[in-house]
Write a protein that binds this ligand. Structure first.
Ligand code: HEC
Length: 140
């Protein structure tokens, strides 16, 4: 009668309780995934972000010495219609202290990307872009 029961019990016990090996393996798998995710984040910071700095147009522009005076002339011709003759804002936003809101690379992208209509995409020569940048930096 009772002779069948103990074997069944011991069978079910061994199949439901995870062995010590299993939980150690699972824990080291999770640790490995965490390490892999951390390495991926570091790779993004070290490899991908500097790559955006290596865009040749941006790099060339940032290597040049800009003239705020020339930039001001370019601004009157190309930008003042929307941003106002003193950059005080009109259709486009006020640009005073814009260099505190956006870094140099973002300012260049703003001018050349055309990603924020109605502001058009400009394609100034690197020297003209450096001049415009110097002018934007001078708007305090
Ligand atoms: C047709 C109108 C128009 C012209 C021309 C124009 N802009 Fe703009 N600009 C805008 C508008 C609109 C925005 C806001 C875009 C947005 O963020 O949605 C803007 C945004 C900007 C910004 C970012 C401002 C901020 O607060 O982040 C900068 C910098 C800028 N323009 C510079 C220029 C320069 C330099 C020129 C000339 C080369 C120019 N713009 C010409 C309409 C114009």
């Amino acid at each position: 009668m009772t002779s069948e029961f103990p074997p069944t019990k011991s069978l079910s016990k061994s199949s439901t309780e995870p062995s010590l090996d299993d939980s150690v393996q699972r824990r080291s798998l999770i640790a490995a995934l965490v390490v892999a995710a951390a390495i991926a984040c570091i790779a993004v910071v070290l490899l991908v972000l500097p790559a955006t700095n290596r865009d040749p147009y941006t790099r060339q522009t940032l290597d040049l010495q800009g003239s705020a005076e020339n930039g001001g002339k370019l601004f009157l011709i190309n930008c003042a219609g929307c941003h106002g003759i003193a950059g005080q804002g009109l259709v486009g936003p006020n640009l005073h202290a814009v260099a505190n809101r956006k870094n140099q690379r973002q300012l260049i992208q703003q001018v050349v990307s055309g990603k924020t209509p109605p502001m058009p995409r400009f394609q100034p020569e690197p020297q003209a872009m450096a001049d415009l940048l110097a002018y934007l930096n001078s708007l305090v």
